[in-house]
Design a protein around this ligand. Sequence first.
Ligand SMILES: [Zn+2]
Ligand SMILES: [Zn+2]
Length: 236
Amino acid sequence: MGRWGELLFEDLAPTGDSDLDQASIISEDAGVELWMYDITDDNERPDPPAKGLEATRAHLNDGVLHRLFIDYSSKPLKDDMGQSKELRLVFLAALAMRVGATIEPAFMELLHGNVGNIPVAPKYSLPLFDTGFRGPMKDQFEAALKHYKNDGTPYDFYAPRCKGKDCAKSKDELNNGEKLMKCGKCGEVYYCSKECQKSDYLGGTGKAHKRVCMTEEEKEEKEKKRWGNGPIFMNV
Ligand SMILES: [Zn+2]
Ligand SMILES: [Zn+2]
């Protein structure tokens, strides 16, 4: 099955699965639930069991994360689901970052080196070819590599971040005098400074915000043109 969302672990469709499947394979290998790590409710108790934030972090720091990094990077994957070991390492790192586990410097370097080797699909692609990053997912992971504190602080993959070229700072990472501000026109992206806004508005290759930035009215107008007056309902 293919990935549906554009961000890490964004499985939107009820049957969409791949990212969360990766999370459950890795959880099994780790012997602890890594995605729903804080669900200890009897009714929803995952298998392997969830232990809560601190115990999960301690479990990973107790040699488990080290072993998984070595295993995934050196052996062929047992259950690769058509995905590369580079991508498996991305999921492992992301799960570790969510609970604030310590990623050794050598593994951080490995991740930095790997990111460029993973294919990128800008939008939805056929499940068969869906073996790499989505564009937004790659940006999200690169920002994490840059800003992960690696001191026990869990990393929030969904915190608003500056969209300026190579910036990606969240509210907690701003320098004195900087403020995370929403784009005044579309209200969908954030910038920490005028420079960042300018760098993104004019954009690099094919990514300029200028091309996608629209007011609410303009968005509605565009939808109308696409669909006519309202959605089409089919009789079933
Ligand atoms: Zn910025
Ligand atoms: Zn905008």
